[in-house]
Design a protein around this ligand. Structure first.
Ligand code: T5A
Length: 212
């Protein structure tokens, strides 16, 4: 029996994170791990879902400053971690989170240009003891990811940002992911069945290592 784990899935819009989270849950289920909670960031509590709406909304004569956006992402994360993720992990559940701290480093740090040390200070201040056991980074090119997102529905305020913004965001992801412990990088530009196959292979490998 493996002890419960905190798994995070990261990547740009359209990388396939939602699909990957469900896929990981199914693989864990097949390995007889049933007690699993799926969450998304920002969101997954009533207050955090309201914050999510706020970050995506178009304000005609106003806008969120980059600092406000960063703090809103952290406000939503604190709500979710304190009220849902920590209690779930403490009670022995596995948690799979669609995004976590790396998203803030990539979007608000890399994309919007907020200094990394400001973001890492927030991280240390609020989540020092919550380090993901595994992070899966789905690496998609911004062009392909945004094309998929466009096909799905109309773009929100973050998704409407320039290609340059998403290029900087991806660059930051790739830089930070290298320093991140326990990370698996998956090429998410491929067809969905190939991505699913690769996720399955890597997750099974990871679980087997944990059992041995
Ligand atoms: N944000 C979030 C920050 O700026 N800072 C933060 O700290 C945090 C936590 C969240 C927004 O908030 C920002 C980032 C985001 O802009 P969101 O709606 O949750 O908003 O955005 P995403 O998390 O990016 O969600 P998406 O749904 O856009 O992307 P997913 O979940 O990666 O992609 P998925 O699985 O929904 O797939 C999208 C579409 O592509 C298809 C799917 O079928 C679907 O139609 N698809 C593929 N098609 C072909 N080939 C593949 N390999 C495919 N994979 C998926």
């Amino acid at each position: 029996m493996i002890k419960n784990k905190f798994i995070v899935v990261e990547g740009l819009e359209g990388a396939g994170k939602t699909h990957a989270c469900i896929c990981i849950k199914n693989i864990l289920n097949q390995c007889n791990i049933k007690n699993i909670l799926l969450v998304r960031q920002p969101g997954s509590t009533p207050i955090a879902e309201e914050i999510r709406k706020l970050t995506k909304k178009n304000f005609n004569n106003d806008y969120l400053t980059k600092e406000t956006e960063l703090l809103l992402m952290y406000a939503a994360r604190i709500q979710l971690v304190k009220k849902i993720i920590k209690p779930a992990l403490d009670s022995g559940k596995w948690v799979i989170s669609d995004r976590h701290n790396l998203s803030s480093l990539a979007y608000q740090g890399g994309g919007l240009g907020i200094k990394k040390n400001i973001i890492t200070q927030l991280q240390t201040l609020f989540f020092q003891n919550l380090i993901p056991d595994l992070t899966i980074y789905l690496d998609v090119s911004p062009e392909i990811g945004l094309e998929r997102a466009k096909k799905r529905n109309t773009l929100d305020q973050i998704e409407k940002r320039s290609l340059q913004f998403f290029k900087k965001t991806r660059k930051s992801y790739l830089k930070n992911i290298k320093k991140n412990k326990n990370t698996i990088i998956i090429n998410a530009n491929s067809k969905i069945n190939i991505v699913t196959h690769n996720i399955t292979k890597k997750i099974l490998n990871w679980i087997n290592k944990k059992i041995i």
